[in-house]
Design a protein around this ligand. Structure first.
Ligand code: FES
Length: 206
């Protein structure tokens, strides 16, 4: 029985069908695991390992390389404040310090109500609206302490849920076009690829 809920399980199966090799689907599957739990739980990692034919250590090692994956529980909203050069000059460090006071947690920590985790980030590619702030990887464009406080208040009041989904949700609009797959065709292509690889390996070993 899968650890994933029915929706995530269905989307994971669709994703797997896109890749000739199961382990190539590891990163998108990790995003699904994170969407379900809000972070990468041990059970989620084990499920991805099973689906990709790898080990939990493989999966954890891969996930640890990427900033967007969290191996520990985080708040429902992950707030990132950029302190890279353009944002630093525009007051990024001061805004980060303000955010820490406002949320009542250190950088890297989570607010006592479990709602917000605060992170210091590298360049978020929105240098012209500095200092740049993201919440769950959505640009919120709050560049001053006052606008930051207003944004946090709106999130607490549930006024930003259309704009900012819970942590882990990469997209809310599902693809229904370019990446549609015909599963029998993918299975056939996968078999052809493996056959060709086996033939090549056999030839090399002669
Ligand atoms: S330096 Fe902060 S978004 Fe680029």
């Amino acid at each position: 029985m899968s650890y994933f809920n029915a929706d995530i399980q269905k989307r994971a199966a669709q994703l797997l069908s896109l890749y000739p090799r199961r382990r190539s689907a590891m990163l998108p599957l990790l995003h699904l695991a994170q969407e379900q739990d809000g972070y990468l739980s041990e059970a989620g990692i084990e499920e991805v390992a099973t689906m990709t034919g790898t080990t939990p250590a493989d999966v954890r090692g891969t996930a640890a390389f990427y900033d967007m994956f969290h191996l520990e529980p985080v708040g429902q909203y992950v707030v990132g404040v950029c302190t890279n050069i353009a944002c630093l000059i525009a007051g990024g460090e001061e805004l980060l310090e303000h955010a820490s006071k406002k949320l009542g947690c250190a950088v890297g920590g989570t607010s006592s109500d479990g709602m917000f985790t605060l992170e210091e980030t590298e360049c978020l590619a929105d240098c012209n609206i500095a200092p740049c702030v993201q919440v769950n990887h959505r640009y919120v464009r709050t560049t001053t302490p006052d606008s930051f406080d207003a944004m946090i208040g709106e999130i607490r009041e549930g006024k930003r849920t259309d704009e900012i989904p819970p942590h882990g949700t990469l997209i809310r609009v599902r693809r229904d076009g370019g990446l549609r797959t015909n599963e029998p065709e993918v299975v056939e292509a996968r078999a052809t690829t493996l056959k060709a690889r086996d033939a090549r390996v056999a030839k090399e070993q002669k």
